[in-house]
Design a protein around this ligand. Structure first.
Ligand code: GUN
Ligand code: ZN
Length: 431
């Protein structure tokens, strides 16, 4: 029999969505909580005393009062191939893509380099407490194999897809409508539902796909409806104007996807800053999800996502680093940036909402809410334990905290990988 692990200490629990109801009713911290990990899943949740008594054979790891046992962080929109060019200076989206991103993505034509970056990326994100990502790869199918294989080695749940581009990208970084369809189809057959992997059909964004390619990927999605479809939507005003020129028949940016079969409940759109009322209505009607990428939106100079307005439309919203347009691998830093953008909009998010977005919220946008993102019995045993006094600066603030939320908020605003005390993936404590 495999070892059962009992984690005891302050535990984060969810009873609902804190974006659409009062956070006090949806999120709580059990100060004397416990989570039992067995056979890769969360076998029980309760108080420390209850679970100690019920499972005397379990090996206990106790986390003290200045810790918080959380679900593993879920980063709902990343580009692992951009790991090596994170924090590149001074460009906005289109120039940033051409000058920094495409040259680096070209380097992943080398399989060994793709494998090296995939491993480095998963090392870095795990060190920051992230246990699942939804990643774009490059146009090279082996870049998808590299990430799925690296994740499988660690037993990590992962979402990924081959980025498809057949125009407005350099020679060497373009596929065709047909090869995008064929390669994506073969990757779906190889990886979708294999272990903890799931596939996302991934047109990069409308400017880099011809209508033929969008239609081919729409058809592929129709044939594989339980795959996700991830892409970018309305990130910068120049980009929105470019899409208008490229697709004169389209009613708006969203319509360039919708007209080609690329809108539905399993669609996940990154950024979504400059949405028209019709687009918001259609997203809400279809059940598609949006992903807020706050460090990216400030770093590349995109704009301020309107979390408060979109959340009240019941649109599922996740949180993401958008590495390497985003300037950090850390979901703590990403929560801090989401807080700051909320402040600029006059709608600050509470710590309970921020941590929910980084876990359950992101998991729900990826249609994985019944597997990851919350410490619920039956979910997979991905757990991140925070040290809430990880640096002298945080510790001195935490010492004055009036309650657990104030204490968590200091770590959200000032924490980094030093605040990650432990990461458990599929029930196994990580090195
Ligand atoms: N739009 C199209 N491609 C990208 C990308 O790689 N990063 C970001 N932030 N936006 C994009
Ligand atoms: Zn992106």
């Amino acid at each position: 029999m495999t070892q059962k692990n009992l984690l005891t200490g302050p535990t984060l629990r969810f009873d609902g969505n804190p974006m659409t109801r009062g956070w006090q009713d949806a999120v709580r911290i059990d100060s004397d909580g416990a989570v039992l990990l067995a056979d890769g899943v969360i076998a029980a949740v309760g108080t420390a005393n209850q679970l100690r008594k019920a499972h005397p054979q379990a090996v206990e790891t106790h986390y003290g009062d200045d810790h918080l046992i959380c679900p593993g962080f879920v980063d709902a929109h990343v580009h692992y191939p951009q790991t090596g060019i994170i924090a590149s200076w001074g460009k906005r989206l289109i120039d940033w893509l051409n000058d920094y991103t495409f040259p680096e993505e070209m380097r992943l034509s080398d399989t060994a380099y793709a494998q090296e970056v995939a491993t480095r990326y998963l090392d870095l994100t795990r060190a920051h407490g992230t246990t699942t990502v939804a990643s774009y790869c490059t146009i090279h199918p082996h870049s998808v194999d590299a990430l799925f294989s690296a994740a499988a080695t660690r037993n990590q749940r992962i979402v990924a897809g081959k980025t498809c581009m057949d125009r407005n990208a350099p020679e060497g970084l373009r596929d065709t409508a047909q090869s995008a369809y064929d390669d994506s189809k073969a990757l779906i057959e190889r990886w979708h539902g294999t272990g903890r992997a799931s596939y996302a059909i991934t047109p990069r964004f409308s400017p880099t796909s011809t209508p033929d390619q969008l239609a081919a990927l729409g058809a592929l999605w129709g044939e594989n409806p339980d795959c996700l479809m991830q892409t970018h939507l309305s990130e910068q005003t120049d980009e929105v104007a470019w899409v208008r020129d490229l697709f004169p028949q389209a009613r708006d940016y969203l319509d360039t996807y919708e007209a080609h079969g690329l809108l539905g409940a399993r669609a996940v759109f990154g950024h979504a800053i400059y949405l028209e009322p019709r687009e918001i209505d259609r997203i809400a009607e279809t059940g598609a999800a949006l992903v807020h990428c706050p460090t990216s939106n400030t770093f590349i100079g995109s704009g301020l996502f309107d979390m408060a307005a979109l959340a009240t439309r019941n649109i599922p919203i996740g949180l993401a680093t958008d590495t390497g347009g985003g300037s950090s691998f850390s979901m703590l830093r990403t929560m801090a940036a989401a807080y700051e953008i909320g402040q600029l909009r006059g709608t600050p998010l509470h710590a309970a909402q921020l941590i929910w977005l980084a876990t359950a919220g992101s998991a729900i946008t990826l249609h994985l809410g019944d597997k990851i993102g919350s410490l619920s019995t039956g979910n997979e045993a991905d757990v991140t334990v925070l040290d809430l006094s990880s640096t002298p600066a945080i510790a001195q603030r935490q010492a004055q905290a009036k309650d657990a939320w104030e204490s968590l908020f200091a770590t959200i605003m000032m924490g980094d990988d030093r605040a990650i005390a432990d990461v458990w993936i599929a029930g196994a404590r990580q090195p």
